[in-house]
Write a protein that binds this ligand. Structure first.
Ligand SMILES: Nc1ncnc2c1ncn2[C@@H]1O[C@H](COP(=O)(O)OP(=O)(O)O)[C@@H](O)[C@H]1O
Ligand SMILES: [Mg+2]
Length: 261
């Protein structure tokens, strides 16, 4: 299968979506995400943010309309090619979905192990990233012994460690304080600078206002596209120890590319 990285990362054309025989919760949704762009996805609870992300990471099929992912029409792409597309997408699930029999370290290491990264490199990169998200003292902890905010940070580290082409983060700062939220946003910004296209679903309007960037807003099943002014001072304050976030997400540069999980 060939994938052209110059194509739109995601394209929705007149998408409608319903669960089973229920009402259509997404209606006539059309947008494109250019390679290397970063967007917030907002809307009140129940507006359909998680459902829209599910359509992008191929966990649900639209009731109507056309979705292309990395330039491939999903409806006509052979089933055997879908896992390769899916592996290019990193997801931070709203409910984390960590593997409870594995330590925080091993949860984060998993995408690199799947990609065949050397164990020495894994140790270094995972420790660095877990340090950046403030979990250096919890690397060996099982997820069930961690707080919601700590589990959320493990989930974020797992989603970004292998530098996916597309990162979908569903309410990734819902369980942490404002200071940590800004720190995590800085991590996303650094990943974005390295070329990852990012969508961050959030109902935290103040965070969106503080950081600016493109904003996709869901309301009554429909999507409005806008932007708010960026606040670089807030981002600089969040960066804390200078280039550390950059180093944390850039660390895995030596591993094989195109195998993000
Ligand atoms: N698995 C499901 N089955 C049926 N309805 C669902 C399911 N998941 C979500 N919904 C409904 O779809 C709507 C959008 O939900 P969701 O996408 O989770 O919104 P958000 O993430 O913006 O809070 C809500 O009305 C919700 O109740
Ligand atoms: Mg949701």
């Amino acid at each position: 299968m060939t994938i052209d990285d110059n194509d739109c990362v995601v394209r929705f054309e007149n998408i409608g979506f319903r669960y089973g025989l229920g009402p259509e919760i997404l209606r006539d949704i059309s947008f494109t995400l250019a390679p290397g762009s970063l967007h917030f996805l907002t809307g009140s609870s129940g507006a359909g943010k998680s459902s829209l992300l599910k359509l992008i990471y191929l966990a649900a099929k639209p009731s109507r309309g056309l979705i292309t992912l990395f330039g491939r029409d999903i409806a006509t792409t052979p089933r055997r090619d879908l896992p390769a597309l899916r592996r290019r997408v990193g997801v931070v699930f709203q409910e984390f979905r960590l593997l409870h029999h594995l330590s925080a370290f091993d949860n984060v290491a998993l995408p690199l192990r799947v990609a065949g990264t050397r164990e020495n490199d894994i140790r270094k990169h995972v420790a660095e990233l877990l340090g950046w998200v403030g979990l250096e003292n919890h690397m060996n902890a099982r997820p069930t012994t961690l707080s919601g905010g700590q589990q959320q940070r493990v989930a974020i580290a797992r989603a970004v460690i292998a530098r996916p082409k597309l990162l979908l983060a569903d309410e990734p700062t819902g369980n942490v304080d404002d200071r940590m939220a800004l720190r995590l946003m800085h991590l996303f910004e650094e990943l974005n600078k390295l070329g990852t296209t990012i969508v961050i679903a959030t109902h935290n309007e103040s965070l969106v206002k503080r950081l600016g960037r493109s904003c996709l807003r869901l309301e009554e099943g429909q999507l409005e596209i806008g932007a708010s002014a960026p606040n670089r001072a807030a981002m600089a304050a969040a960066s804390g120890a200078g280039g550390a976030a950059k180093q944390a997400v850039g660390a895995a540069a030596g591993r094989p590319r195109g195998h993000a999980v």
